[in-house]
Design a protein around this ligand. Sequence first.
Ligand SMILES: Nc1ncnc2c1ncn2[C@@H]1O[C@H](COP(=O)(O)OP(=O)(O)OP(=O)(O)O)[C@@H](O)[C@H]1O
Length: 227
Amino acid sequence: MSDAVLELRNIARHYREGAARLDILVDINLSIYPGETVALVAPSGAGKSTLLHIAGLLERADAGETLINSAPTSKMSDAERTNLRRATIGFIYQFHHLLPEFSALENIALPQMINGLDRQEAEGRAQQLLDYLRLGARASHRPSELSGGEQQRVAIARAVANAPHLLLADEPTGNLDPRTAEHVFATLMTLARQSGLAAVIATHNLDLAEQMDRRVTLRDGRIEELA
Ligand SMILES: Nc1ncnc2c1ncn2[C@@H]1O[C@H](COP(=O)(O)OP(=O)(O)OP(=O)(O)O)[C@@H](O)[C@H]1O
């Protein structure tokens, strides 16, 4: 088997609440390989977002190691982690986090320009993605002029625009009605499979989880594989 795109080794993370210590992640071990789609299904408060933030280099663990394409990241500086994240990881949130002042096209082009592409190239790629997502005619609309499902498809396009190796999504359809959720999810799966992306998607929706290659849950701060 090829090397893991993401490897979490003995990850631990706790929070403090007054005098109390909350051990959210106790000993997380998880490897995700190229092209694999993995559903993370666990009750509210189990630590899904915490785990995705650590995997996405948005947050540091208290112990353990996060490896991206076999590179250990815990000793990297914040700037090094940010550069690695921008080059290799796409993140989708439950609420789209699109920039309200910019059009759909600009929202998708901007992260590419931050990664060094010139505007013309970035906007060309953004338009291609919008066309692929059947949002080509909405390119100049601002987020507030798009439906919830359209906003989330733009957020997906933004997350994959830099051709990441790893896609992390935190309840990307949690905010949508069931039909729109199914459509957005199908789009996400098609994009992931076509581009050989590894994806970890936190979801409460078991029907959607069934459509992925693997399902894992969090129990007492550890990963358990589900059937
Ligand atoms: N910065 C923080 N400070 C203190 N406690 C926190 C912090 N972030 C998260 N927590 C707590 O850690 C636990 C796990 O939170 P997390 O958001 O990772 O769970 P989740 O499984 O994603 O939940 P949900 O499905 O509701 O989004 C929760 O009890 C939460 O209140």
